[in-house]
Design a protein around this ligand. Structure first.
Ligand code: ADP
Ligand code: MG
Length: 224
């Protein structure tokens, strides 16, 4: 429980930060992107390459900011009773081509009689996207992602298992800290945002992993 408390404390600090900074950054960023876009059309030779770099770095900042904006949201959203299978289906459609391109097959075997869950569909989608993207990124040579479900205390427990590189124990402890990433172009915000969203649903999210074997992310969403 001490670990749990520390996690939620981390999240609220990050949430405040997010609310303050993200909005302030977004507008000037949009202006910058617009002018870089205009200038890059006129650029020649090496300048064209520099502008290309500027655009991709600006996009990276934009990605970080939009992930941070998710942190500020959970308080003011509308929860509705939804079928988790429908939400997951939409996510799998979204990520289908990315998975195929990376030689990854995704199997989702969810119970047909899962209870409806009181949730904010778009936020849960964001969580599933974050988890599945991490699984894809953990298997650069392809592999299998298995998604399964069980009913627990009237709620839904989802398991996302990959066959990726796995996570060493010392990293496992840091995952979910803001900006903790082991990827050259990672934001280190996906897990934190996901945890925040699941927490707002009174659920839990756990990651277990064995180096060389793979990782399982377990998400529990309670009954209404
Ligand atoms: P990012 O994906 O931008 O790095 P995340 O918060 O989504 O940020 O993940 C943080 C870190 O957690 C990743 O950089 C990676 O080291 C680790 N991680 C998360 N999911 C997995 C997974 N399925 N397999 C291996 N490592 C993972
Ligand atoms: Mg990620």
């Amino acid at each position: 429980t001490e670990e749990l408390l520390r996690t939620s404390e981390k999240l609220s600090v990050a949430g405040q930060l997010a609310a303050g900074i993200a909005h302030e950054i977004r507008n000037p960023l949009t202006v910058l992107k617009g002018f870089v876009q205009i200038l890059s059309c006129k650029a020649q030779g090496k300048d064209k390459q520099y502008f290309g770099l500027m655009k991709s770095e600006l996009s990276r900042i934009e990605a970080i900011v939009s992930e941070l904006l998710f942190l500020a949201k959970p308080q003011c959203t509308t929860f509705q009773r939804q079928d988790i299978r429908v939400i997951l289906d939409e996510v799998l459609t979204l990520l289908g081509s990315e998975a195929t391109m990376n030689c990854i097959s995704i199997s989702a075997l969810l119970d047909s009689d899962l209870p409806l869950i009181n949730c904010e569909a778009n936020q849960l989608k964001q969580v599933f996207i974050n988890i599945i993207k991490n699984a894809i990124e953990a298997m650069p040579d392809g592999g299998q992602i298995s998604i399964s479900s069980t009913i627990q205390n009237g709620g839904v427990c989802l398991r996302f298992t990959d066959e990726g590189e796995g996570i060493p124990p010392q990293s496992l402890a840091k995952i979910g800290e803001p900006f903790y990433t082991t990827k050259p172009d990672g934001t280190g915000l996906g897990v934190m945002v996901s945890q925040k969203i699941i927490l707002a649903h009174n659920g839990t999210m756990n990651i277990s992993s064995l180096v060389g074997q793979g990782t399982t992310v377990t998400v529990f969403l309670p009954a209404v």
